[in-house]
Design a protein around this ligand. Sequence first.
Ligand code: PLP
Length: 381
Amino acid sequence: MPRGEAGAHAETYLDANATEPLRPAAREAAIAAFDLPGNPSSVHAAGRAARRLLETAREQVAARFGARPAGVVFTAGGTEANALALHGLGAGRRLLVGATEHPSVWAAARAVAGEAVVTVPVRSDGQADLEALAALLARPAAPPALVCLMAANNETGVLHPLAEAAALCRAHGALLHVDAVQAAGRVPVSLAALGADSLALSGHKLGGPKGAGALLLRPGLDPAPLVPGGGQERGRRGGTEPLPAIAGLAAAAAEALPERAAALAALRDRLEEGVRALAPEARIVGAAAPRLPNTSCILLPGVPAETQVIALDLTGVRVSAGAACSSGKVARSPVLEAMGLGAAAGEAIRVSLPWNAGGASVERFLAAWGAMRERLRRRAA
Ligand code: PLP
């Protein structure tokens, strides 16, 4: 039985896209790093030991995601990695941002370029509209662009056609920043293979501890720091590096291999079949596009997402609604609105299977979801 599955009272945690459960190897690596007293910037032996740990983690992350060690900037997480890319690479460029990008990308883009940020639309299946991107890139006399497209969407799991987008960007002298926070560890991700210029990662989405992320840069790019300081991270990010979180990130990255994708996709497919069998009126958003193997965005017409999330939570099943839930409040999802769902954009929940999910959690979800839907139907009748 996979870890986290056992026990009559075990909660059914299906919110991996918010945070993956900590991987045991990441926990061990973080604990070992807690016991190193040195500061990686100190020249004495304790400092050098801390530095070795930091540089080993950097090499592991670089090798795992197709970068060079010198191109890895450790940050506090995905939000900061996106912000560093936008601020450090976007100044003086036109910013073209995918309609379904994460709020951390949108907020940083607006901070850099205000209302001049241009939206790259998505099609109704959730994938970036490449014809629209090509037209935006081809505008005559426009300054060179920085394009931001995520590898996988956090709400629907939809994967964007990044190889094609990267080719378009290259052809027009544009930079491409990829938010790979949700894709990393779940589908193959490589900065070099994608031909992107920068790529954002987050430790806790890989099964590492919260508190570390990374921006990967292709050779030759050197963004100005958001946080200047003592010259750490080659002057790109000041401040003593959070070694336990970084060591945990590297250990998680080594374990988070897309090889588990087929098993997770089979569980996800079973879950979606179950939903369709229980409720013909339900819709799986983004199902027409290639998706992450662990993510299912389930729309139940007429039922606010918040009602669904709370009803499931009362039965021990943890899922989320749209992206705007960081303050504990659920709003209509801009991602689903961008896909043309209109008012129904407030009626979908996200089920995201963690790396240690097994069949039992899918069955518990279906039992809870089916009972919730029945109750709501009886009440409405
Ligand atoms: N990008 C995407 C696609 C995300 O889903 C998230 C978190 O939900 C982030 C960035 C932000 O990452 P972090 O929580 O590490 O700041």
